[in-house]
Each structure stands twice: as structure tokens, then as C-alpha cells.
Design a protein around this ligand. Structure first.
Ligand SMILES: Cc1cc2nc3c(=O)[nH]c(=O)nc-3n(C[C@H](O)[C@H](O)[C@H](O)COP(=O)(O)OP(=O)(O)OC[C@H]3O[C@@H](n4cnc5c(N)ncnc54)[C@H](O)[C@@H]3O)c2cc1C
Length: 382
């Protein structure tokens, strides 16, 4: 378990908190209302070293591990989920590039990512292949020294603004994971088209859209994950599994703070509503959930940073728990705020719409439960 009082983590937490208070929280409602990605916030994140927090120092990053990224994301998500998500997706791009990329790919993509000049997108989900990612149908056919990609992707966060896409495609006729590969495809490559923009319930600053490959020709050296490496990729890429519940933790922590303050000031029946036991117990249950979430998420992050074999299993537990309980905490906070909580004058209705996404995106709660059960069967064989 990471030491929450570690002075370096405390410094990072304080600086992310200041950025959240000064920059993120005041404009969060605007990005949501206008369905615009918070690009103005990228230079602030970059100056704080957060766009490249897990990028190696030789590529201009901070070279920190996932516990640091989680600490920053928890604070940023309290103010603006869409901005915190920039850090999350940059960490995912950095993780795959650092684990699988060639020297050339690292030199090309990591420095602008760390500088906040480029953002990447993860283009895996397809209309017919969501949870079952290994059933994806986008094809990559070798042609001379190139590959030609055809297929379409849906729900791709940041597709509308990404400078490059980690695009998954199938090579050859091998079914399942074996034939799956990934290419880094630059925006502007002929044959890559951004399709319909998504009209999501929440995370409206996510710039999410469909991505279509129509005879999209890419050089062979843009291959990032070779055939046969997909299983290794899925086992090895663990940061998103704790950063995603880290977003839930931040949102739930914010909701708890808002509700606790409101309960001490809102008066009904001649007293503050926080003096009613019904409200106190709601707050107490919310606090239990937030603290349990924090311990689960940070323990998993610490294990993943240390390469502990239990990390992925505990990350699945953290994600399943955080996704469901963060939604409940925000819902309770809304209840404590009564009609004002339901109004878009307050941030809670946006937070509720945003947090709902985390039970689906990045692996649904059901898929997490499947993983947890498999881990249990492996641990307790008969
Ligand atoms: C906000 C958001 C952002 C996203 N960003 C990206 C992105 O950047 N890149 C990307 O590639 N994708 C992205 N996605 C897509 C996301 O990964 C998929 O939505 C997710 O994997 C589920 O796939 P699906 O929507 O096709 O649902 P399906 O897989 O069709 O699932 C439908 C329902 O069935 C359940 N289910 C499926 N299989 C099982 C099973 N074996 N056991 C029990 N239940 C099961 C699911 O849990 C779900 O409840 C995003 C999605 C959201 C909501």
C-alpha cells in the first residue's frame, strides 16, 4: 500500500488541488454545456508536468509511476472529469508506446504527448466487438511495404482531436486474439476519417467519435503491437485499470465534500438537515464507500507500480467496486441537496452523468467481475 503521507505525493496532491481550484472547477460546466474538449487546460497540465507524468524523462516526461498519476487524477477529477481524462489517456498512450514501441515511435510520439501538444486515442471498440475485443473485424492487409486498413471503430474518446490513433486490426484469418495487431496511425493519413461525433449522456468534453478506415495505407513500421502479442498487451497494460477507478474516487470524494457542507447549512424544520440522523447516516455510508474505494484503488496502483502479481486482480476489484459505489455516492449527494442537486446550477447532475460512464468504459463492471471470478478460480483450485 502506498504511503499517503509520502512528502512527494503530498506535494503533487497540493499542486493538482490548486490547479483544480484555480482553473479546472471554474470552467467545468462550460465544457459540458458546450460539448467541447477542455483544450485550454492542456497547457496548464503540461506546465504542472501532468500530461507526461508517466512518460520517461528522456522523452520530456516526469518519469513517475502510476501511483503519482493516480494521485493527480484523483484531485483533477474532483473539478473536471474531462480534463482529468486527458491525463488518463496520455498515461495509457505512454504505457503502450513505452512497452511496445520502437525507438523511432517513442521519439516521434512521446515528446509531444508529454508537452501537451498532442493527445492520442485508443481505437479498439467496434460496432460488433465491444467487451469481446478479440472479435474485432477491422482488417489490415499487407501490400508491398505497407498495410491497408479497412473497418470502423466506435466510442473512441478524443477521436475528434487526437493527433494519432492506436488502432487495432486483424491480420490474416486466425480467429480470436492471435491475429489482432495494433498500428499507430497519424491523423490526416489518407483513408482515416472521423465519423459521427458521439452524443453521450456525460463526459461531453471527451471529443468522442466514430473512426473509419477506408483503404487507409500505413507503413509497416507503424505496427506497434505485432500479431501474437495481444494477450501480452492485455495482461501488461494495467495503468488504465487503476486510473479509471481513480476518476471515480475523485468524483465521489468531491460529492461527499459538497454534501457534507450542504447538510451543515441547509435548514428545514428549524434546523440544519445535517442534524437529522437520516442525513447523517447517508453521509456516513458515503464516507465508508469513499474510503474503501481509496484503499482498494491505491493498493492496486501500488502493486501495479511494483509489478506485484496480484496487481491486475486487485485492479479489477477496485474498478468494479469504484464504478458502482461512486455512482451511488454521487446519487446520495444529489439526494441530500434535494431539488437543487437536480438542477444544472450545481455540478452534481453533471458529476452523476460523468461517473455513470465508468461502469461501462474501460471494461464494464460485468467484465471486471468475470476477471475477478477467474482470479478466484486460479487461486482456489480444486
Ligand atoms: C465513455 C466511454 C468511453 C469510451 N472510450 C473508448 C475508447 O477510447 N476507445 C475504445 O476503443 N472504446 C471506448 N469505449 C467503448 C467501451 O470500451 C465499450 O463500450 C465497452 O467495452 C463495452 O462494449 P459495448 O458497448 O459494445 O457493450 P457490449 O460488449 O455489447 O456489452 C453489453 C452488456 O453486456 C455485458 N456483457 C458483455 N459480455 C459479457 C460477459 N461475458 N459476461 C457478462 N456480461 C457481459 C456488458 O457488461 C454490458 O453490460 C468507451 C465507452 C464509453 C462508455
Amino acid at each position: 500500500m502506498p504511503d499517503f503521507d509520502d512528502p512527494d505525493l503530498a506535494l503533487l496532491r497540493d499542486s493538482a488541488r490548486r490547479l483544480t481550484d484555480d482553473v479546472l472547477r471554474p470552467s467545468a460546466a462550460r465544457w459540458d454545456r458546450d460539448c467541447e474538449p477542455p483544450l485550454e487546460n492542456l497547457p496548464h497540465l503540461a506546465r504542472a508536468g501532468l500530461t507526461g507524468i508517466t512518460v520517461a524523462e528522456e522523452y520530456g516526461g516526469s518519469g513517475a509511476d502510476v501511483v503519482y498519476a493516480l494521485t493527480a487524477i484523483e484531485e483533477l477529477a474532483k473539478g473536471c472529469t474531462a480534463t482529468a481524462a486527458f491525463v488518463l489517456t496520455n498515461c495509457v498512450s505512454a504505457e503502450v508506446l513505452q512497452a511496445f514501441g520502437s525507438a523511432e515511435q517513442k521519439r516521434k510520439y512521446l515528446p509531444p504527448l508529454a508537452a501537451g501538444e498532442w493527445v492520442g486515442a485508443w481505437a479498439m471498440t467496434e460496432p460488433e466487438a465491444g467487451s469481446a475485443a478479440t472479435e474485432l473485424r477491422t482488417r489490415a492487409v499487407a501490400d508491398g511495404g505497407d498495410y491497408v486498413l479497412n473497418g470502423s471503430k466506435v466510442f473512441i474518446t478524443r477521436a475528434a482531436i487526437a493527433a494519432f490513433f492506436v488502432a487495432f486490426a486483424r491480420i490474416g484469418d486466425e480467429p480470436g486474439a492471435k491475429g489482432v495487431t495494433a498500428f499507430v496511425v497519424d491523423r490526416g493519413t489518407p483513408g482515416l476519417r472521423i465519423g459521427a461525433h458521439d452524443r453521450h449522456m456525460g463526459l461531453r468534453g471527451g471529443a468522442s467519435a466514430e473512426v473509419v478506415f477506408e483503404d487507409c495505407r500505413v507503413p509497416a513500421d507503424s505496427m506497434l503491437v505485432a500479431p501474437g502479442q495481444f494477450g501480452q498487451l492485455m495482461r501488461g497494460l494495467n495503468q488504465a485499470r487503476v486510473l479509471n477507478p481513480g476518476m471515480c474516487l475523485g468524483i465521489a470524494g468531491e460529492a461527499l465534500g459538497l454534501a457534507t457542507r450542504y447538510a451543515q447549512t441547509r435548514r428545514q424544520f428549524g434546523r440544519e438537515i445535517g442534524r437529522f440522523q437520516g442525513i447523517q447516516w447517508m453521509l456516513a455510508d458515503m464516507a465508508c464507500k469513499v474510503e474503501a474505494m481509496r484503499l482498494l484503488v491505491y493498493r492496486a496502483a501500488g502493486q501495479i507500480a511494483a509489478g506485484h502479481p496480484d496487481g491486475p486482480h486487485n485492479a479489477a476489484i477496485a474498478k468494479a467496486f469504484a464504478g458502482e459505489n461512486a455512482f451511488e455516492v454521487v446519487d446520495r449527494a444529489m439526494q441530500i441537496h434535494g431539488g437543487y442537486g437536480y438542477s444544472s446550477e450545481l455540478p452534481l447532475e453533471r458529476m452523476l452523468r460523468d461517473v455513470r460512464a465508468f461502469k461501462i468504459g474501460g471494461g464494464s463492471t460485468e467484465i471486471m467481475r468475470n476477471r475477478i471470478a477467474k482470479g478466484l478460480f486460479d487461486r482456489f483450485p480444486v
